[in-house]
Design a protein around this ligand. Structure first.
Ligand SMILES: Nc1ncnc2c1ncn2[C@@H]1O[C@H](COP(=O)(O)OP(=O)(O)OP(=O)(O)O)[C@@H](O)[C@H]1O
Length: 249
């Protein structure tokens, strides 16, 4: 089943984008800065007015407000509520799940432990490092039991070891619960480790189904990681020097 479908979506610099992401798939979206990656995520989340149509499970959801779209998201500039502790941030995000207090607390404890911040449940965001806040925000995005998860460079402020560990945890969780996910990154190694499929957005146009081989043709030879070189997975940003013509459309 197609979980997310965009039809001729136009907004800001994004022009008539079509995209289909299957149920349970993790789709990685790549592209240079300012190309429209975050904009597309905001369209899917319902945070921006747009032209075109968006479907979830073949139902048009254009008129649904963000809180009714069952989407969990983690955007670069949308982290935690500053006046709430980590536990309260997760708790408020889970309100619609209508869990009893014990089940809710157990779920919060499990997620904080999964993301390595079990000891920070009572902290306010201002009392945490950037990476810790990012982990808490990721835990909050998943706490909502989303059908769709939209992640905008969620590991960008983590050190390489933590980023690698969290990527693996996130992927395991995403697979286990078959959460359809759109994941934005600039990082070729991250894309390699996570993607079921990839797409590239450049100059407002999206090209889906770009293979790793094609991606690597776009990257300077000295920048190409050997296959399985996960140790350096956070270290190699894309280069966008190669013309779009090398990408199959
Ligand atoms: N709030 C806004 N109002 C108007 N234009 C915006 C706004 N936010 C972003 N833009 C513009 O929309 C275009 C796409 O921005 P977007 O943030 O989607 O790019 P991106 O691909 O996610 O970039 P990056 O990799 O740098 O995060 C850019 O030209 C940007 O300047």
């Amino acid at each position: 089943m197609t979980a997310i479908r965009l039809e001729k979506v136009s907004v800001r610099g994004v022009r008539a984008v079509d995209l289909a992401v299957s149920d349970g798939e993790l789709f990685v979206l790549l592209g240079p800065s300012g190309a429209g990656k975050s904009t597309l995520l905001q369209v899917i989340a319902g945070l921006l007015p747009y032209r075109g149509r968006v479907f979830f499970n073949d139902n048009c959801i254009d008129s649904l407000p963000p809180h009714q779209r069952k989407v969990g998201y983690l955007f670069q500039d949308l982290l935690l509520f500053p006046h709430l502790t980590v536990r309260q941030n997760l708790s408020i995000a889970m309100t619609h799940l209508k869990l009893d207090r014990q089940t809710k607390n157990e779920k919060i404890a499990e997620l904080l432990s999964l993301f390595g911040i079990a000891g920070l449940a009572g902290r306010y965001p201002i009392q945490m490092s950037g990476g810790e806040k990012q982990r808490a925000a990721l835990a909050r995005a998943i706490a909502t039991d989303p059908q769709i998860l939209l992640l905008d460079e969620p590991f960008s402020s983590l050190d390489p070891d933590n980023a690698r560990r969290l990527r693996a945890e996130m992927k395991k969780h995403q697979r286990h619960f078959r959460i359809t996910t759109v994941f934005v990154t600039h990082n070729r190694g991250e894309a390699r480790q996570l993607a079921d499929r990839m797409g590239v957005i450049r100059q407002g146009r999206l090209t889906a189904d770009v293979s790793l081989h094609e991606i690597e043709k776009m990257v300077p030879v000295e920048d190409i990681l050997p296959v399985g070189a996960n140790e350096s997975v956070t270290a190699a940003p894309f280069s966008w020097g190669t013309p779009m013509s090398v990408i199959r459309s």
